[in-house]
Write a protein that binds this ligand. Structure first.
Ligand code: MG
Length: 167
């Protein structure tokens, strides 16, 4: 029998001067970047939280705390790789991930294929199994005022159970 589990992830980082804008492991040319202890890759963080959530393994802050100097400037795709390792140690495989970036600017569309390749590589799945979408908040609220970029993700994971009672 195969057991399926789903997880949800959300993240937001503030847009500031003097930082790189990195989303889904891709550095995007923009006058502002995301502020954070790591590389502040909100998309990858949302995906990590969705995966951890699906496995009921807590959250990104518990595994990679921002109080820990090891994670200063961390490459979030590397943290994703480590997360996939944690799941795989428990027998979980990744079915698929869907995600959405919420940003007023810059335009994400040209960067999405490269993000999918990076994320799929880190998760050891085909890029067909990784969806990245983008939208704006239509000028409303803090994201609409370009004060930050948010991301949401869902993940489906599965594990073959060796339950003797299954017959
Ligand atoms: Mg984050």
């Amino acid at each position: 029998m195969t057991s399926f589990r789903v997880g949800i992830g959300y993240d937001v980082h503030q847009l500031v001067e003097g930082r790189a804008l990195i989303l889904g492991g891709v550095t995007i040319d923009h006058e502002l970047g995301l502020k954070g202890h790591s590389d502040a890759d909100a998309l990858t963080h949302a995906i990590i939280d969705a995966l951890l959530g699906a496995a009921a393994l807590g959250d990104i802050g518990g595994h990679f705390p921002d109080s820990d100097e090891r994670w200063r400037g961390a490459d979030s795709v590397e943290l994703l790789r480590q997360t996939v390792g944690l799941l795989s140690d428990r027998g979980y495989s990744i079915g698929n991930v869907d995600s959405i970036i919420v940003a007023e600017a810059p335009r994400m569309k040209p960067h999405i294929p490269a993000m999918r390749v990076q994320l799929a590589d880190a998760m050891r799945v085909d890029s067909d199994s990784v969806s990245v979408k983008a939208t704006t908040d239509e000028g409303l609220g803090p994201i609409g005022r370009r004060e930050g970029i948010a991301a949401r993700a869902v993940a489906l994971i599965y594990r073959r159970e060796n339950n003797r009672d299954d017959g």
